[in-house]
Design a protein around this ligand. Structure first.
Ligand SMILES: Cc1cc2nc3c(=O)[nH]c(=O)nc-3n(C[C@H](O)[C@H](O)[C@H](O)COP(=O)(O)OP(=O)(O)OC[C@H]3O[C@@H](n4cnc5c(N)ncnc54)[C@H](O)[C@@H]3O)c2cc1C
Length: 396
C-alpha cells in the first residue's frame, strides 16, 4: 500500500470512536494522512461498545466490563494490533477458566481459543488505540451534508472535510445520512431491532441486550471466571473481581472483599422488554434486575445460597450485537463519488476483531481512492446471518 505525502492537507472526519473508528483513524495516520479527526459521544472515554465502568461499591472503586467481555484473534492483521496492545500493557491473555454453563453445571471449553482482555477493563484496549488519534469528545455529530460544488463534506459546526467515515450503526447512523445526499449509504444504514432475522426485510439487524452489574457481599466461590450461559434469560456471566485481580494495584486490595459480576441477558429478554436505553423506567429496571438475578442463581446452581447484593445497576444496549452481516464481499463500504465510507462490526463479524478489520479496510480503501482508484464497493443492502452461537458476538 503506497502512503500519502505527509504534507497532504486532506481532512477526514471519522464519526464514532469505537474500535472500528479508532482503528480506521490510526491506519489513515500510518498511511500518511495527518488531519484525521475522530468524533465520539463518549463522556468519559472512547470505545463505544468496547468499554468498562468504574462504580463505587461501599466506597471501593470496582471495574465492570459492561459490553465486550473478551476477544479472540484469527486474522493476521488483527494479530498485529493485539501484539501492539499487549506490548503497550493494554491487553493480556485471560486464562479464565471460561466455558459453558448449563443447568448449574460448568464445562470448560474443549479446545479453548486464546482469550484476550483489557488490563484495566476493556476500556484500556480502546484507549490504547486512541493514543494515535485526534479525538473530539464528547461530541455528537447531528448533521453532515455533501457539497457538490466544492466536493467536500460539511460536518456540523466542525467545518469542511474531504472524506467522511461513518463508524457507528443503528438508528443514529441512518438518521445522520438520511438527508445527506447519499441514498445508497442511507439504505445500507437502515436497521431492524430484533432477536430474529426476518425473511421479508433484508436489513442489518441488531439484537438488544440487558447488562446487570452486580456486587455481592462476599465471594461466591464458583470455579470459573466467565461462562456462556444456556438459559432462556441469560447469555453470559463473568466475575470481574477475579478476572481483573492480577492487574489491580496492591493499594486496591479492598476490592477483593466483594465480588463483582457482569450478567448479560439473552436476546429474547432484551427484545421482549425493550425500553429507551437512556431512561429505563425504574419499575422495568427493578423487574428485569430481579429476574436476571434469579436466573443467575438458577444458572450457577446458587439458588438459596447467593450472598446479599450490595450494588446493582442495569444497562440496556438497545443496538447491542448484529445478528447478520453485510454480504457484499468487502470488509467496508465506500461510495467513491461522495467520498464517504462505513466501517463497523456488521461489515465483517460482530466482534472486536470484525470491527478492527473493517476499520483497517476502510482506511486502505480511502488511500486507494486518493491515489486514483475511483471505484465504489458494492452498495446493495444484502445480508447473511451471523454465524456466532453466542448472543454477545463472535469469537473467531
Ligand atoms: C453487551 C455486549 C457484549 C459484547 N461482548 C463481546 C465480546 O465479549 N467479544 C467481542 O468481540 N465482542 C463483543 N461485543 C460486540 C462488540 O462490542 C462490537 O462488535 C464492537 O465493539 C463494535 O465496535 P464498532 O466500532 O463497530 O461500534 P461501536 O463500539 O458501537 O462504536 C460506535 C461509536 O460511535 C459513537 N457514535 C454514534 N453516533 C455518533 C454520532 N452521531 N456522533 C459521534 N459519535 C457517535 C458511539 O457512541 C460509539 O462510541 C459485545 C457487544 C455488546 C453490546
Amino acid at each position: 500500500m503506497s502512503t500519502i505525502d505527509s504534507t497532504s492537507s486532506i481532512k477526514i472526519a471519522v464519526i464514532g470512536g469505537g474500535i472500528a473508528g479508532l482503528t480506521c483513524a490510526t491506519r489513515l495516520k500510518q498511511l500518511g494522512l495527518q488531519t484525521v479527526t475522530v468524533f465520539d459521544t463518549g463522556k468519559h472515554t472512547v470505545g463505544g461498545r468496547c468499554s468498562s465502568r468504574t462504580e463505587l461499591v461501599k466506597g471501593v472503586s470496582m471495574t465492570f466490563d459492561h459490553s465486550v467481555q473478551y476477544f479472540t484473534v484469527s486474522d493476521e492483521r488483527f494479530q498485529k494490533i493485539v501484539n501492539y496492545l499487549v506490548r503497550d500493557g493494554a491487553a493480556r491473555v485471560w486464562n479464565g477458566p471460561i466455558g459453558i454453563l448449563q443447568n448449574g453445571k460448568f464445562s470448560a471449553e474443549r479446545s479453548p481459543k486464546k482469550a484476550f482482555i483489557g488490563t484495566n477493563g476493556m476500556r484500556s484496549v480502546a484507549q490504547s488505540i486512541a493514543k494515535f488519534c485526534q479525538v473530539q469528545q464528547p461530541v455528537w455529530i447531528g448533521s453532515i451534508q455533501f457539497n457538490d460544488i466544492v466536493q467536500k463534506w460539511s460536518v456540523d459546526r466542525w467545518g469542511l472535510f474531504d472524506y467522511v467515515v461513518i463508524a457507528h450503526n443503528g438508528k443514529c447512523a441512518a438518521r445522520l445520512v438520511e438527508n445527506a445526499g447519499v441514498p445508497e449509504i442511507h439504505r445500507l444504514c437502515l436497521t431492524r431491532f430484533s432477536s430474529q432475522l426476518s425473511s421479508k426485510e433484508n436489513r442489518m439487524t441488531l439484537c438488544s441486550l440487558f447488562v446487570l452489574m452486580v456486587a455481592f457481599e462476599r465471594p461466591l466461590g464458583l470455579p470459573y471466571q466467565g461462562a456462556h450461559v444456556q438459559h432462556e434469560n441469560l447469555s453470559w456471566v463473568a466475575n470481574n473481581t477475579e478476572k481483573l485481580k492480577s492487574d489491580r494495584p496492591q493499594s486496591q486490595s479492598r476490592a477483593d472483599q466483594y465480588e463483582c459480576w457482569t450478567i448479560i441477558s439473552s436476546k429474547t429478554l432484551g427484545e421482549q422488554n425493550k425500553v429507551p436505553q437512556e431512561h429505563i423506567p425504574p419499575n422495568v429496571a427493578s423487574r428485569i434486575s430481579h429476574l436476571m438475578l434469579q436466573s443467575f442463581a438458577d444458572a450457577t446452581g446458587m439458588k438459596e445460597k447467593l450472598p446479599d447484593v450490595c450494588f446493582r445497576k442495569l444497562q440496556l444496549w438497545g443496538a447491542g450485537v448484529p445478528i447478520n452481516k453485510f454480504s457484499g464481499g468487502t470488509e467496508c463500504v465506500f461510495d467513491a463519488a461522495h467520498k464517504i465510507g462505513i466501517c463497523s462490526d456488521w461489515l465483517v463479524s460482530p466482534c472486536v476483531q470484525g470491527a478492527a478489520i473493517s476499520g483497517l479496510a476502510l482506511a486502505e480503501t480511502i488511500v486507494q481512492h486518493i491515489n486514483g482508484n475511483k471505484s465504489s464497493t458494492p452498495l446493495q443492502p444484502h445480508f447473511n446471518p451471523a454465524t456466532s452461537p453466542s448472543a454477545i458476538g463472535d469469537f473467531p
